[in-house]
Design a binder for this molecule. Structure first.
Ligand SMILES: [Zn+2]
Length: 62
């Protein structure tokens, strides 16, 4: 997970969703899986999209 300052961090299963600002000061929403060896991480324009991705994520590793 990149070193960014996240706020409103939540966890859905193994996936964390946090809101941060990119280098242009725009909000972006990141879903990142915390499971070892999974490595899933993606940025979304909206919080809803990030939370949906977190809820529907299926770890390839288990
Ligand atoms: Zn995963």
């Amino acid at each position: 997970m990149p070193r960014r300052h996240f706020r409103d961090l939540i966890r859905t299963g193994p996936v964390q969703v946090g809101t941060s600002y990119d280098h242009r000061g725009r909000e972006q929403h990141t879903a990142a899986c915390t499971a070892p060896r999974c490595g899933f991480s993606a940025d979304y324009d909206s919080r809803a999209a990030a939370e949906l991705a977190a809820r529907t994520h299926r770890c390839p590793v288990r």
